[in-house]
Design a protein around this ligand. Structure first.
Ligand code: 9WO
Length: 242
């Protein structure tokens, strides 16, 4: 028995935004190669009236429009057979982590609801028990670019998408540290030399240097990650995720 390809289902009023950048490069090749599949669902197809309105003015007043709960609910019904959790991408969501990405990528797929305007009526979020996820503390004009980012992060982890070299030796966040610096030819550029350790050819010395640099950069730039890394290491979880 071979399991079906990982599936991304995207609910949006701008289906033409997909696959977008996911049609290029690594993700695009994997899509063409059938390693994952993409279904876009136009929320507007589930509008009830003849004007196909999906949004309305907010109760209580204020600027902008809100996506109607009945329309969004019907659109979610239409993808009931789609595999994976239904996630609403919003700045109010729980911060997305590499650990959540890894969990989603190892599952059957994901259903992503993309809001527009000022958002989605709160009642459909409650009634559906939607998981809300944020990529960071900023506001987009809609959830679609965030959906594209989330899918990209999952797809690169799917078996066969990236070279075995990369997938085996996990990067940056999986180890709980930021990435160490990278260098390529030329050995000297604009008066700057490649660190001597990397030219030494001594595998252990190179690994030590990279580990020290990853720690230095994490300490400097992300004291929050550094605290967690140290705690995980103290607890004996050398490969602890999150
Ligand atoms: C717009 C707005 C306008 C006036 C006052 C308050 C407001 N809130 C918003 C808003 O948050 N709009 C969102 C637009 C509604 C959901 C879809 N949109 C969205 C998703 N913007 N940014 C994201 C997002 C998703 C994931 N990670 C980062 C940002």
């Amino acid at each position: 028995m071979t399991r079906p390809a990982w599936r991304a289902t995207v609910l949006t009023i701008f289906p033409e935004m997909l696959p977008g950048p996911l049609g290029c490069s690594l993700a695009g090749k994997a899509l063409e190669g059938g390693l994952w599949t993409l279904e876009t669902v136009d929320i507007r197809d589930f509008a009830r009236d003849k004007h196909a309105s999906v949004d309305d003015a907010p109760f209580g007043g204020g600027a902008g429009m809100v996506l109607r709960p009945d329309v969004v609910d019907t659109a979610i019904d239409a993808v009931a057979a789609a595999p994976g959790p239904v996630i609403y991408l919003s700045p109010r969501g729980a911060p997305l982590t590499q650990a959540r990405i890894a969990a989603l990528a190892s599952g059957p797929g994901v259903v992503l609801l993309c809001g527009r305007y000022e958002g989605v009526d709160e009642r459909v979020i409650e009634a559906r028990g939607l998981e809300e996820i944020s990529l960071g503390d900023f506001v987009l004009s809609g959830g679609e670019p965030a959906a594209i980012c989330l899918i990209d992060a999952c797809v690169r982890l799917l078996p066969g998408v990236m070279g075995a070299a990369d997938s085996a030796e996990e990067e940056s966040f999986s180890r709980g540290l930021l990435e160490y610096p990278h260098y390529t030819r030329p050995r000297e550029w604009a008066g700057r030399c490649v660190p001597e350790e990397l030219l030494s050819g001594h595998h252990e010395r190179i690994e030590d240097w990279r580990q020290a640099e990853a720690e230095r950069i994490t300490k400097e730039r992300r004291p929050d990650l550094w605290v967690r890394y140290k705690a995980a290491r103290a607890a004996g979880g050398g490969t602890e995720r999150k």
